[in-house]
Design a protein around this ligand. Structure first.
Ligand SMILES: [Zn+2]
Length: 151
């Protein structure tokens, strides 16, 4: 495990690098019980992985990885999170939640990532402007790749 969990300056707990991680390296595979939308406790940790499918809490570091509008990690179709650049020891790991969330009724939440290009709100992929959708395309979960970029 290349991660440890501690309080984050950004939001609650976060996941941090316990050693240097190289660009392109696999950081963690997201896991947890596969649940239907009707089984989700929306107050608890969950990750959307399909139109109506979610991963519930795994109890390990993947539950605590925070969002950033300028993240240092991302998915490439599957549920493995990869480093998008070199990550230093003790640096917080982040990924862009809009590469997984696509609920029509997701109200969004204010973003505290602090990136210079912060979007201000974390939103469903479907509610993002077209240019941003194209930029996030390589980092989308596979169900979103299939829905929005079927070829
Ligand atoms: Zn942000």
């Amino acid at each position: 495990m290349k991660l440890y969990v501690r309080q984050s300056g950004q939001h609650g707990k976060g996941a941090f690098a316990s050693g240097p991680i190289q660009k392109g390296e696999a950081i963690i595979v997201f896991s947890g019980p596969v649940l239907h939308r009707s089984e989700i406790d929306f107050g608890d940790y969950h990750l959307q992985i399909g139109e109506t499918l979610y991963l519930g809490p795994s109890g390990v570091a993947d539950d605590y990885i925070n969002h950033s509008c300028h993240p240092n990690a991302g998915f490439r179709g599957g549920l493995t999170l990869f480093a998008l650049r070199d990550i230093a020891v003790h640096e917080e790991i982040t990924w862009d939640y809009s590469t997984a969330i696509d609920e029509e009724d997701f109200a969004g939440f204010p973003c505290a990532c602090g990136a210079p290009d912060c979007r201000g709100m974390v939103r469903s992929f479907r509610h993002l402007p077209e240019d941003l959708r194209l930029r996030l395309r390589p980092l989308l979960l596979s169900y979103l790749q299939a829905r929005y970029f079927p070829d």
